[in-house]
Write a protein of this length. Structure first.
Length: 306
């Protein structure tokens, strides 16, 4: 079956890896959040794309979630000794990727093309598509002022209190080549267990993508990022509290209202009232966990299609 999945962050990458290991999936397309992208030290950095590429090619640092396994940090040590910014850690191997991607983008290649070449070079069978080749930047309005995503997430470690989130450039952004087609052609569409407000909303903010979810004949199933009413990783429930939203699956389903046909959620949590739902143990630690959650989502999609 053809599967298309919207993904961002570490949780999203785990779910996509699970899908990659399901033999029912013979065509997999990931539409990846680029709202976290930023220029740092003159380089174009695409964290959610890189986390997914590293994860799908078995290079990811599993405990850290982002970056490469077995990384060395000579660049960061030298940068720090020179008084450079050391809040955003760039491993030596990771750095090579950022340098080459920046050079290719400055030569006029699109982020999509550069990403596709990396996926091919690393033997990744899935199509990894940025949500857009245009610049879209996630900003958070906080009690410390307006912060671009990485300043909030890494530099300030998600401590600021958020009152609003916006996606600069989204209104003029176009879906990257293949994005809308992959939503129209899919037999099933999934929204990965990424942070709905920080990692999925930027994707839905690109004009045309939310409509494509509404119009596709495929069932659209979101996987809740909550496990036992908490976020597995990152600021999801803290953010929900700050935005005045209850940390439950009613709120998650409500956030995607009109876009999804069902919500797959953790067995420990109550189902949403108004949306078709199924549950399984959604915590993904081992590869078997990731495959179990992916397969539960596939079975749910097939049940909704029948
Ligand atoms: N996250 C951190 O918490 N600290 C870091 O120093 C850091 C560096 C980093 C470098 C490359 C990269 O692709 C991701 C990196 N991340 C880091 C994670 C990143 O901020 C997040 O993965 C996403 O932006 C949110 O999902």
């Amino acid at each position: 079956m053809k599967v298309t999945v919207l993904s961002g962050g570490v949780g999203g990458a785990k779910f996509v890896l699970g899908l990659q290991h399901c033999e029912e999936v013979d065509q997999l397309t990931a539409i990846v959040n680029t709202g976290d992208d930023f220029r740092h030290l003159g380089m174009h950095i695409s964290p959610d794309i890189d986390t997914l590429l590293y994860t799908l090619s078995g290079q990811a640092n599993a405990t850290q979630g982002w970056g490469r396994e077995g990384e060395s940090w000579n660049f960061m040590a030298a940068l720090k000794a020179l008084g450079g910014p050391d809040w955003f850690n760039l491993g030596d191997g990771d750095l090579a990727l950022h340098v080459l991607r920046t050079q290719r983008i400055e030569q006029g290649h699109s982020l999509s093309v550069v990403t596709a070449d990396l996926a091919k070079a690393w033997g990744i069978g899935a199509s990894v598509l940025p949500m857009s080749d245009d610049t879209v930047a996630t900003w958070l309005e906080t009690d410390e002022g307006a912060l671009p995503f990485q300043s909030y997430f890494v530099e300030r470690q998600c401590r600021p209190i958020t009152s609003a989130i916006r996606f600069e450039g989204a209104v003029d952004a176009r879906p990257a080549p293949g994005v809308l087609q992959s939503l129209a052609d899919a037999d099933a569409v999934f929204i990965a267990p990424s942070n709905p407000w920080l990692s999925v909303d930027p994707v839905l903010a690109v004009p045309g993508i939310a409509d494509a979810l509404r119009e596709t004949s495929a069932p659209v199933i979101a996987i809740s990022p909550l496990v036992g009413g908490k976020a597995v990783k990152g600021p999801t429930t803290k953010l929900m509290a700050e935005l005045g939203i209850n940390a439950d699956n009613e709120a998650i389903a409500g956030h995607y209202a009109g876009l999804i046909s069902g919500l797959l959620h953790d067995s420990a949590d109550a189902p949403p009232l108004s949306t078709p739902a199924r549950s399984t143990a959604t915590l993904m630690t081992s590869l078997d966990d990731k495959v179990r959650v992916a397969r539960a989502a596939i079975v749910f999609a097939e049940a909704l299609k029948a």
